[in-house]
Write a protein that binds this ligand. Structure first.
Ligand code: ATP
Length: 349
């Protein structure tokens, strides 16, 4: 069962594993099928492609997401994120390729895939004229959860999503943030091992986004495998264990977030503040073969270098040995936005 959490979602999340939300125990309803073969990959996409008539929305995508990972699917508008996600959610037929979710083939065994996932679409709808608990009850019935357990399950997910106090309210009276949380609650009703969330934070204010993000981290701690797409890159940076960058229907890069950062680490931006002697410093920098770009802003110089750690240390040495005095030499850590820009510009492959 999902254990109770109260009041403010972000502030009241358990801090230690001893407080962590209990993993739901075995239930007699909505049997989530066991993985039919020994496989660590909870989601495995093999050369999936989708055409709409002459138009290719997704060319050929292959990727693996291991159990317990939170995978961030990043790409500009029209890149093919929702198409891929809708395919995994069994709502769309592939033109080519296959995928497995929880070990089940999306093409051949969609029923078991559906039982294995909680899916939140980007344009989720909630039914008017229904109360919050009725909305969840509707899905609980659809997942064949027995009458005796439904009440408790609904209470549990409402508490988890900080909506317990809205149980008897009408859905259409909820704020957008609450509706979004209710939709997330819906994905958890049958306790699926995999969550597929298409832009779950879109349209939310910053506070509501923080709350949803805190919840996502909690779900990851509970061992769920989560695939999440978002435009807010920074949001994914501290949630996700791995990312995939998609553009024009092709996956440009994917892997553990640390590896992705490491790969782009050679393209670095360094912010140098000279103590006078700017010209001498700039002339040394211009003589470095690693230099790609330079911008001079008074005694501050921004440089783009293609250099590994060793080469960067040598450039610094050259400046020091050239008698140039510096107040700071700041090797900027790449952000997820930097990664995204570099990958989509084709600067990193
Ligand atoms: N039913 C459809 N018929 C024709 N083209 C479609 C259809 N659905 C999607 N497309 C096209 O496929 C491409 C990929 O769309 P998709 O919705 O997967 O992108 P996305 O990455 O999710 O974008 P966004 O972030 O804007 O939601 C787009 O060019 C879109 O216009």
């Amino acid at each position: 069962m999902y254990r109770h959490r109260s009041e403010n979602l972000a502030e009241n999340l358990p801090k230690s594993s001893s407080n962590a939300l209990a993993l739901p125990g075995p239930r007699s309803f909505a049997p989530v099928p066991r993985t039919p073969r020994l496989s660590r990959s909870m989601i495995e996409i093999s050369e999936f492609g989708k055409d709409y008539g002459e138009f290719t929305a997704v060319g050929s995508i292959s990727l693996k997401i291991e159990a317990g990972e939170m995978f961030g699917f990043i790409g500009p508008n029209g890149a093919g994120k929702s198409t891929t996600i809708r395919y995994l959610a069994t709502l769309l037929k592939a033109t080519r390729g296959d995928a497995t979710v929880n070990g089940y083939s999306v093409n051949k065994d969609p029923m078991n895939v559906r039982r294995s996932i909680g899916y939140m679409p980007d344009d989720f709808g909630v039914y008017d004229g229904m109360k919050v608990w009725e909305f969840l009850d509707f899905f609980a019935v659809a997942y064949k959860i027995g009458r005796s357990q439904r009440k408790q399950v609904i209470m549990d997910v409402l508490e988890l999503l900080d909506l317990g106090h809205k149980r008897d309210d009408f859905v259409n009276g909820l704020s957008r943030g609450m509706k979004q949380r209710l939709c997330l609650a819906k994905t958890l009703v049958h306790d699926p091992p995999v969550l597929i969330l298409d832009e779950p934070t879109s349209g939310l204010d910053p506070r509501a986004r923080i709350e949803v993000k805190a919840l996502l981290k909690e779900l990851r701690r509970m061992g769920k495998t989560v695939l999440i797409s978002s435009h807010i890159l920074s949001e994914l940076a501290d949630c996700c264990s791995s990312i995939g960058i998609i553009e024009r229907g092709e996956l440009l890069m994917s892997g553990p977030i640390d590896n992705v950062y490491r790969q782009i680490r050679r393209n670095r931006q360094v912010d140098i503040r000279f103590n006078g002697q700017v010209e001498a410093g700039v002339s040394i920098l211009r003589s470095c073969p690693e230099l790609r770009d330079i911008e001079i802003l008074g005694d501050r110089v921004l440089v783009e270098l293609e250099a590994d750690d060793q080469q960067l240390a040598e450039i610094m040495n050259r400046l020091v040995q050239g008698g140039v005095s510096m107040r700071s030499f700041n090797d900027k850590e790449p952000t997820l936005e930097d990664v995204f820009m570099m990958v989509t510009k084709g600067l990193v492959t």
